[in-house]
Design a binder for this molecule. Structure first.
Ligand code: ATP
Ligand code: MG
Length: 426
């Protein structure tokens, strides 16, 4: 480009040829949340920095190094949202949505994290997510897992994505466990990598999340959080598992699955595929009963998940699971001044009668030959043709572009019936 201007690193344009995939997954989310009675909430992409620091935690990857933060002209520190759970909590508190009632909400939109860009990891990406408030579970925890299981089935990915499940119990139980973990790793300090040494004091559970292969033997031998759970927490976890089994959801209990955030309680899970390399987590979720009160609200349970839309689309494309949509149904060509005037009128009448079909007008004139070339390139199924003859006889001609069929000359009413019969739209 002449000025050398480029899209920001780690961000990208979604081009017209990619948009069918996005529309497809977006319509899948909408039908999914609709069938579970969740309501949409739309929130700004900018929030006060303090919100994320408080909710996500100072010693997480996101807050430590991934946030896009800047000083606004008014002197306020603002951050592009790296995720939406924190802001959903802010929004429900600020708008009194959880006073004496529960809520089931969903959102969809761009998130921003300053990570190293690679396959499945971008600096602007999209999440589809749900959050439910003031419901104790584990029924609603199971409901949200069933939702995603339904989505995988709907799009044909149920054999490719597996569920890993764990319980983090209560904050107090985790505190006892945390101490045991610190003791364990401290006696093996020399075997820790740099990241883990740093985390030992700040966030030792996150060591279990390490992707470093050299750390794996040490992690495998470490104490297990499940052994530190009390009766109530174990009951929650056991009930969740029976609900899932009753609904024929297969899962694996992974005792080393921690999501590294202080606010999680009880349920945590990830939907994982082996097909996206190390970016294999497509969707992650869990319960956060301490977050609302931590953010200054009344003690209120919360549970939700967030799905990475780019990772889902990549999986669908790799497996050729995006249904093909022709972008255009009918390409309208006309030769002669009168015909060019008339074809616009006819196309408007067809759009009135057939609002679900798309009509692409050949603007800019040209010979029939060059217009038919464009019609072919457009991918349209049919060409609508107006020439001198048609104008004189008040008819229009229709030519099939993708199949063998004799050209037809019809009046308007017949043409409407013809398109109705020959073009099916979902
Ligand atoms: P990871 O371990 O891959 O960094 P995470 O724990 O940071 O994931 P969450 O904050 O739980 O991810 O976000 C939920 C989902 O959002 C992830 O499972 C993933 O599908 C998607 N996601 C997170 N970060 C990115 C990113 N930078 N680019 C694309 N998708 C992302
Ligand atoms: Mg991350």
């Amino acid at each position: 480009m002449s000025l050398g201007l480029k899209v920001v690193k780690g961000m990208k344009d979604t081009l017209p040829q990619e948009i069918a995939a996005w529309h497809y997954v977006e319509s899948q989310f909408r039908s999914l949340v609709q069938s579970y009675g969740y309501q949409e909430i739309r929130m700004p992409i900018l929030e006060q920095t303090e919100l994320f620091k408080r909710a996500i935690g100072e010693v997480t990857d996101i807050v430590e190094k991934e946030m896009y933060t800047f000083l606004d002209k008014g002197g306020e520190t603002l951050t592009l949202r790296p995720e939406s759970t924190a802001q959903t909590v802010r929004a429900v508190l600020e708008n009194n949505l959880i006073r004496n009632q529960s809520q089931r909400l969903w959102y969809y939109g761009p998130m921003f994290r300053r990570e190293n860009p690679q396959k499945g990891r971008y600096r602007q990406f999209h999440q589809f997510g749900v959050e439910a408030f003031a419901l104790e579970g584990p029924d609603v925890d199971a409901e949200q897992i069933l939702m995603m299981a339904r989505l995988w089935r709907q799009v044909g990915l149920d054999k490719k994505i597996a569920l890993q499940l764990n319980s983090l119990g209560l904050a107090s139980e985790r505190a006892t466990y945390r101490q045991a973990l610190v003791d364990y790793f401290r006696t093996r300090y020399d075997m820790l990598d740099e990241d883990s040494k740093r985390r030992l004091e700040s966030n030792p559970l996150r060591i279990l999340d390490s992707k470093n292969p050299a750390m794996q033997p040490l992690i495998t031998e470490a104490p297990i959080l499940l052994d530190y759970l009390g009766e109530e927490s174990l009951a929650h976890f056991t009930q969740l598992q029976s609900l899932l089994k009753a609904s024929h959801i297969t899962f694996e209990v992974n005792p080393r699955l921690v999501r590294g955030l202080d606010y999680y309680t009880h349920t945590v899970y990830e939907w994982v595929t082996t097909e996206l390399g190390s970016q294999g987590t497509v969707c992650a979720g869990g319960r956060y009963n301490d977050l609302v009160s931590q953010m200054g609200g009344p003690a209120t349970q919360g549970v939700g998940f967030a799905m990475g839309v780019e990772r889902l689309i990549m999986l669908l494309l790799d497996n050729q699971l995006i249904p093909h949509h022709d972008s255009v149904d009918v390409y309208c060509v006309a030769e002669g001044d009168l015909a060019q005037q008339q074809v616009m009128v006819v196309a408007e009448q067809l759009r009135d009668a057939l609002p679900q079909l798309s009509f692409l007008m050949n603007c800019g004139g040209g010979s029939f030959k060059s217009q038919f070339k464009k019609a072919d390139k457009s991918g349209a199924s049919f060409a609508l043709i107006l020439g001198e003859e048609e104008v004189k006889n008040q008819t229009l001609s229709i030519k099939a572009l993708r199949e063998e069929m004799p050209q037809q000359t019809l009046n308007l009413a017949q043409a409407i019936e013809f398109f109705k019969a020959h073009i099916k739209r979902g």
